[in-house]
Design a protein around this ligand. Structure first.
Ligand SMILES: [Zn+2]
Length: 685
């Protein structure tokens, strides 16, 4: 489960403009391809002391962070080119006559036409703001909250637990009925990325809160609200109260805590406060027989706040959230304030991305399938699909062998694990069936376009509830540079865009391809069996298919991995959270080990060719480390440590410590900092 790259994936609505692109500018350095690049390495560092810097130290030293970026990587030029490719597709669409091309071109134009945006002012939001102002009582408030429900969260595939609406809807196969789509409801209501931003005592978080309160007041003032400061104080107080009811990210990731089936009548008794009948009526869910309530106590807490907090505070909260959600596409004064807060304060970026790049992310985010069709036609040759398919087959064969030879797993568990491997759907490049994106796109109405896009997505997902599951449905667009495991469907998606340099190159040595994309494929397959994958059987049902002893062994091994990552400290006052990142760290551990075996198998007994004086095994591990080279601004790194279920890239590389073959490849000695005694190395599968 989860996209394999944390920071690249699924930016929230509010940060979408800032973080979707992750390029780099590496002066004097060769462009990074999948073959290893000796010029990035720092030979004065011993590989056993700091393997990330050994592989990437010179790149790290020479790379300047560009002012409009929160993140740099050696692949930045490639990411830049990728965006350029998407822009080309959009511009060519403007010349085409068919309806799909027209919509792509019109959506882009509606974002790029700053003069029209300036002229419209906040008029496109006036009807919404008036409706909020007209709310007379808590029953009407409940209806207004129901109307905001959107399909904007995703617990297990994209792992996006954030929505600024009171709650979020995720439509997916049921925990107990994997044959049909069900409705999952998730906590929401805060604008900052996570509860910790409201609750943490750290000075960095306190400062962000102060600036956030100023930001709320500024946005309200721009929209001509009176007493903006007082309203801002009440809005942040309400969000603070909501945050106190929220679950932590570590708890969100525990599916066993999430398996709470509530019937409509249960809401009033288990979570009194909100007028649930009115809420569900407004959301179009009043006929729904049951829901999975992901964070049950947060629903109880948030609903109680609807009763206890004054109506006027809730109305201010609704109005501010409506403005905040669209401020990036409102007139310049709003958009500049958005960047000042989200770009500068929250991510430390001093210069905004050029408008065309933000326009590309708007199209990418709101017409992903239509843009994807064009992308695949132009940039995804069938030969690449065939080659990657062969690598996937090798990886699956390795996993089968590894599962068969595990001594700690009971035979019944092994049989079921292998059944899971055999029924796994691996989507490569693009889906067989494209998603419908039916909504009206107008060339001069960006706010309306985004509104209709979100509404159409909600209606599409709502319409799926109760219907038969399509196990081959994708959750990522082909032009996304990422990969994902979908546990409830027992499937993987490898979009076309990740099957290019720097992750994969048809002409690179096998060592480099297996160290880069091979480890990613291995990572995704591992999720099928890991701490959460073990909770879902070969049909995607939430069913414990492990024995007690299997779990006891697994948990003991996992605890050692938690301790290993808890000990990494990117900042003196902030360590990684080994529990929050456990499933991803296990996937890195297992994925790297499996990719190594598959690499060796691909050699078919032949010796690997040397490259720049490195033997095949050395190339494999250096390619792995170089594929994670990345520089982040401190504020962005803090954000990642607190809110991401992945370890930051630098620390993902330290996974090599758990691989016996890495010690041999670099002759790592006990006095070196990353050295672990053989018994302390964690091997899961
Ligand atoms: Zn992952």
């Amino acid at each position: 489960m989860k996209p394999c790259f944390g920071f690249l994936a699924a930016p929230t609505l509010l940060t979408a403009f800032l973080l979707t692109t992750v390029p780099t500018h590496a002066e004097d350095l060769p462009q990074h391809g999948p073959a290893i690049v000796p010029a990035y390495m720092e030979h004065s560092v011993r590989p056993g002391d700091e393997f990330y810097l050994y592989a990437n130290g010179t790149w790290e030293k020479k790379t300047q962070m560009r002012p409009d970026r929160a993140f740099e990587s050696p692949a930045s030029d490639i990411y830049d080119q990728h965006e350029q490719k998407l822009q080309d597709l959009i511009q060519n669409a403007a010349k085409a006559q068919d309806a799909n091309s027209r919509r792509i071109a019109d959506l882009y134009r509606s974002f790029m036409d700053e003069a029209a945006i300036e002229t419209a002012g906040i008029k496109p939001l006036e009807a919404q703001l008036k409706a909020i102002a007209a709310i007379r009582d808590k029953r009407q408030l409940s209806g207004a909250l129901g109307k905001t429900l959107r399909a904007d969260v995703d617990a297990l595939n994209m792992t996006n637990f954030h929505t600024d609406n009171l709650f979020g809807l995720w439509v997916a196969p049921g925990f107990d009925d994997s044959e049909h789509y069900h409705a999952y409801l998730m906590q929401g209501g805060i604008v900052l990325p996570d509860r910790e931003y409201y609750l943490s005592d750290s000075d960095a978080m306190k400062e962000i809160r102060t600036k956030y309160q100023e930001h709320i007041a500024t946005i309200l003032k721009l929209a001509a609200f009176e007493n903006a400061e007082k309203r801002a104080a009440r809005i942040i107080a309400l969000e603070h109260a909501i945050a106190e009811t929220h679950w932590s990210l570590a708890d969100d990731n525990d599916v066993h805590k999430a398996n709470n089936i509530w019937k409509p009548a249960d809401f009033a008794s288990k979570a009194p406060g909100l007028d649930w009948a009115e809420y569900f009526r407004a959301a179009g869910l009043n006929k729904q027989a049951s829901f999975y309530v992901w964070q049950s106590s947060a629903f109880t807490g948030e609903s109680a706040l609807v009763a206890s907090i004054p109506l006027e505070d809730w109305k201010d909260w609704l109005a501010f959230h409506a403005l905040e959600r669209y401020a990036s596409v409102l007139p310049k004064a709003f958009a500049d304030e958005e960047f000042a807060f989200w770009g500068k304060t929250l991510n430390g970026v001093s210069v905004e991305q050029p408008r065309w790049r933000r326009g590309v992310s708007v199209v990418d985010g709101h017409l992903p399938s239509e843009l994807g069709r064009l992308y695949v036609q132009r940039y995804f040759p069938p030969e690449v699909k065939a080659q990657v398919q062969a690598m996937v087959s090798n990886l699956i064969a390795v996993y089968r062998q590894r599962l068969e030879s595990i001594t700690w797993m009971a035979p019944t568990t092994k049989t079921q694990a292998i059944a899971k491997l055999e029924t796994l759907y691996v989507g490569i490049g693009y889906p067989d069936r494209w998603e419908e994106e039916n909504y009206e796109v107008k060339p001069d109405d960006i706010v309306g376009n985004l509104w209709r896009s979100r509404e159409a997505k909600y209606e599409r997902e709502r319409g799926l509830i109760g219907t038969v599951v399509d196990d081959k449905r994708w959750c990522m667009s082909p032009q996304t540079i990422n990969a994902v495991n979908l546990p409830l469907q027992n499937s993987l998606n490898f979009p076309a865009a990740i099957l290019q340099a720097p992750s994969f190159d048809a002409h690179a040595p096998a060592a480099a391809n297996y160290g880069a994309i091979g480890a990613v494929i291995g990572h995704e397959i591992s999720h099928t069996f890991d701490s959460e994958g073990s909770a879902f059987d070969s049909k995607g049902r939430l069913r414990n298919w492990w024995t007690k002893d299997d779990f006891a062994h697994f948990n003991a091994v996992a605890a050692r991995l938690v301790a290993q990552y808890d000990a990494y400290k990117p900042f003196p006052d902030l360590a990684l959270n080994g529990k929050q990142t456990l499933a991803e760290n296990i996937a890195d551990d297992a994925g790297l080990a499996a990719a190594y075996d598959a690499y060796k198998a691909s050699l078919k007994g032949q010796a690997a060719p040397e490259q720049n004086g490195f033997n095949g095994d050395q190339q494999f591990y250096i390619a792995f480390a170089q594929s994670w080279a990345a520089k982040l601004r401190d504020s962005a790194l803090r954000n990642e440590v607190m809110t991401d279920t992945h370890s930051p890239d630098h620390w993902r590389v330290f996974e090599v410590r758990n691989q016996d073959e890495w010690y041999e490849a670099f002759d790592v000695k006990p006095d070196e900092k990353l050295y672990l005694a053989p018994n302390d190395r964690v091997q899961i599968w």
